[in-house]
Design a binder for this molecule. Structure first.
Ligand SMILES: Cc1cc2nc3c(=O)[nH]c(=O)nc-3n(C[C@H](O)[C@H](O)[C@H](O)COP(=O)(O)OP(=O)(O)OC[C@H]3O[C@@H](n4cnc5c(N)ncnc54)[C@H](O)[C@@H]3O)c2cc1C
Length: 429
């Protein structure tokens, strides 16, 4: 491969100003970053790369770049989607928006909110990501009990396959009939195609948002109350359960203001309900009665205000969790207990909160602590390994784990669509 000639060809395809060399160390194959301005340019770049077996790595906001080291033996082109950041079409009657993949969630909200619309009640931290990146990586974080998983809002996807062909999955009422290829692209992490645009279901901006806080006698009781309310079809915009140690770590100042100290065994349940005012009140009342049925009571709502700020990216520093485990509603308590016991046996303490609730389960966020400080380094690795094992034995799934049974099918699909293995070869492997 003649690298100068290849770089010139990239310049012809996307414009010289949109091609940059990526620094590599001596002896490594060359790498470039290109920023196409349209789906047609993405297709041309991918087609050209396919001809020489050059790896293609899509880049959204770059929050979690692909592990390109896995493809360090071959030339690579990082395809930055940042120039493709337009709203293609907004249908305010059908509540649909067609957006290019490089637009961020925050950028989309800037267009929607002044029109009384919104992407929905997803965690604010996800909004810095591009729409393409959000769809390409499926995680429980991109969900809301009110609107479901972000991929459920995807009604159509346009993407470029490894040979440069473009596909557009059909936007039809109830998706009409036949297999839904949009699903295959959701979570494919750039291995099946480069997503160029997405049609998403959007929502009316919530008329009211109500925040409430409750104390329950135990963590088990708080989880039971959460699922009692969800089974009654309460649809909160956000829901979180804290054990007492985690509540102190996250909300210490507000807890002190809120009155008597939280018992060590007690738990805090915080909820945000949203939507038309009547529905928001109704959802909050469902939570209140579920809490009362489990022996709890309402407490100072300032705790819920503090949590909501934290969720939206409060500048106060909360250490990242040491371990994130997802489990079905019936396994959550066992997972929490197993992790706590395993941490204790390893000479540490586990504190936790549970959030990302939906009917299928929730995520337990665990912070491992010793001598009052979050663990780090080799000690953290050792205790975390023990806790991960215990969580798995209790029926939990580590966040990011994929069912291994799917791997042969994914490999077969990749081999069929991308015989030269150019699309994000380091991902999902
Ligand atoms: C394995 C994994 C687990 C993660 N777990 C979580 C989590 O639990 N919670 C959380 O909030 N975040 C998580 N993230 C971060 C996640 O990357 C972001 O939430 C968001 O999806 C990334 O958006 P971005 O625009 O920053 O994309 P980037 O970080 O730039 O890219 C993320 C991945 O998507 C691919 N990609 C980006 N754009 C496109 C496109 N247009 N077409 C095809 N592929 C594309 C990239 O090649 C890369 O593999 C995880 C990321 C990965 C890879």
């Amino acid at each position: 491969m003649n690298r100068d000639a290849f770089a010139r060809e990239l310049g012809v395809l996307v414009g010289d100003g949109n091609v940059q060399g990526v620094p590599v160390t001596a002896g490594e194959p060359p790498a470039w970053q290109v920023a196409p301005g349209s789906a047609a340019e993405v297709a041309e770049v991918v087609r050209r790369c396919n001809r020489d077996g050059v790896a293609v790595l899509p880049v959204g906001s770059g929050a979690r770049p692909t592990r390109w080291k896995a493809v360090a033996e071959r030339p690579r082109v990082h395809v930055a989607m940042r120039r493709m950041d337009h709203v293609v079409h907004l249908d305010e009657t059908s509540l649909l928006v067609h957006v290019q993949a490089g637009l961020t969630g925050a950028g989309l909200e800037k267009v929607l909110v002044p029109r009384g619309l919104s992407l929905g009640d997803y965690p604010a931290t996800m909004l810095g990501s591009t729409i393409g990146g959000m769809i390409a990586v499926r995680t429980p974080g991109k969900s809301s009990a009110r609107h479901g998983f972000l991929e459920d809002a995807v009604l159509g996807v346009s993407a470029v396959l490894a040979d440069g062909r473009s596909i557009h999955t059909r936007v039809a009422p109830r998706r009409a009939t036949g297999p839904d290829l949009a699903r295959a692209l959701c979570g494919s992490e750039g291995t099946i195609g480069v997503i160029t645009s997405v049609v998403l279901r959007i929502h009316l901006k919530a008329e009211a948002r109500l925040l409430a806080a409750y104390v329950l006698p135990s963590f088990d009781a708080a989880l039971a109350a959460a699922y009692l309310a969800l089974r009654e079809e309460c649809q909160p915009a956000g829901l979180r359960v804290y054990d007492s140690a985690e509540a102190r770590a996250h909300l210490g100042d507000e807890l002190a203001l809120a009155g008597p100290a939280l018992d060590d065994d007690a738990a805090l349940l915080l909820v945000a309900t949203a939507g038309p005012t009547d529905l928001a009140v109704c959802d909050r009342d469902l939570v209140t009665s579920a809490v009362e049925a489990e022996g709890g009571a309402a407490t100072d709502p300032r705790l819920a205000d503090a949590w909501w700020k934290l969720r939206g990216g409060d500048p106060r520093q909360v250490p990242p969790p040491s371990l994130q485990v997802t489990a079905t509603p019936s396994k959550l308590r066992a997972v929490y207990r197993a992790v706590r016991d395993a941490a204790r046996d390893a000479g540490a303490t586990a504190r936790a909160h549970v959030s990302r609730f939906d009917a299928g389960g929730a995520v337990v966020f665990v912070t491992l602590v010793a001598d009052g400080k979050p663990l780090d380094g080799a000690r953290l690795d050792a205790v975390r390994a023990t806790c991960e094992q215990a969580a798995g034995d209790a029926g939990g799934w580590l966040l990011g784990a994929r069912p291994a049974q799917m791997d042969p099918y994914l490999a077969a699909l990749r081999a069929e669509l991308d015989p030269n293995g150019i699309l994000n070869p380091g991902a999902l492997s």
